[in-house]
Design a protein around this ligand. Structure first.
Ligand SMILES: C[S@@+](CC[C@H](N)C(=O)[O-])C[C@H]1O[C@@H](n2cnc3c(N)ncnc32)[C@H](O)[C@@H]1O
Length: 227
């Protein structure tokens, strides 16, 4: 199974949905600030932010790498596609990547990502994304997590070393009398804001600290413009 698909499967067990509502509120505020009307969401996950956009009558499209996430969001009557950014023909006032989506990309992927993003963002269009801070990787995402319910058991071990977070996921799901085991490894990369700005070729507008799971900033929201 693809590692992002296994992540999609276990995400409901991790339980950060309440905290994420606050993050979504922040994005909604920023979209208003920059007068965004047509919005692209990259890596929409379970589609919660697209639902919030729909409630507020935004014209929005979501794209995702994970088939499993796409299946789930498709049931919600949202405008979603499993398209790569490079295959998109539309153009947008604003694009968002919420929940450390950029941290999932290695440097080459990130460089290509921004090349495609610049093509689909209108001139003057804005890109908003949150990235994990070093503190966030070291103190929040790193470590061991165990969760279970009647028919599943989840173990996650994450280690942050050399600016990379390696997360190993082990998921056991009951099938009759036995458990089926699935495992996957997800790698995330730490990027300072300046590095993202350099890779993006976009103009930096703002960088805002965000406290999602701690009293110290574990995330930063970056705002870039396609001038
Ligand atoms: C932590 S989740 C956040 C999901 C969602 N934005 C939310 O708010 O719940 C990160 C998501 O990024 C997606 N993802 C990772 N790399 C991607 C890429 N290159 N293009 C599109 N989606 C990607 C993953 O499949 C996963 O759903």
């Amino acid at each position: 199974m693809d590692s992002l698909d296994l992540y999609a499967k276990i995400e409901p067990l991790i339980g950060f949905y309440e905290e994420y509502e606050r993050l979504y509120e922040e994005y909604l505020k920023i979209l208003k600030e920059f007068d965004c009307k047509k919005v692209l969401e990259i890596g929409f996950g379970r589609g919660r932010f697209l639902e919030l956009l729909k409630e507020r009558a935004y014209e929005a499209l979501g794209i995702e790498r994970s088939e499993e996430m796409l299946k789930r969001a498709s049931k919600k009557d949202l405008n979603v596609k499993k398209k790569d950014l490079k295959d998109l023909k539309d153009s947008f006032d604003c694009a968002v990547a919420i929940g450390d989506v950029l941290n999932y990309m290695d440097e080459k992927t990130l460089r290509d990502f921004f090349k495609d993003l610049k093509r689909v963002l209108k001139r003057g269009g804005v890109f908003i994304a949150d990235i994990n801070t070093e503190f966030g990787f070291e103190e929040i995402t790193q470590g061991v997590m165990l969760k279970d319910n009647e028919d599943a058991f989840l173990a996650i071990e994450a280690e942050f070393e050399n600016k990379k977070l390696i997360t190993d996921i082990f998921f056991f799901q009951k099938e009759g009398e036995l458990y089926k085991k699935e495992k996957a490894r997800i790698v995330q990369y730490y990027y300072p804001f300046e590095k993202i700005v350099k890779l993006s070729g976009l103009d930096p507008i703002d960088l805002r600290e965000f406290r999602l799971f701690a009293d110290e900033a574990d995330k930063e929201i970056l705002i870039l413009k396609n001038v």
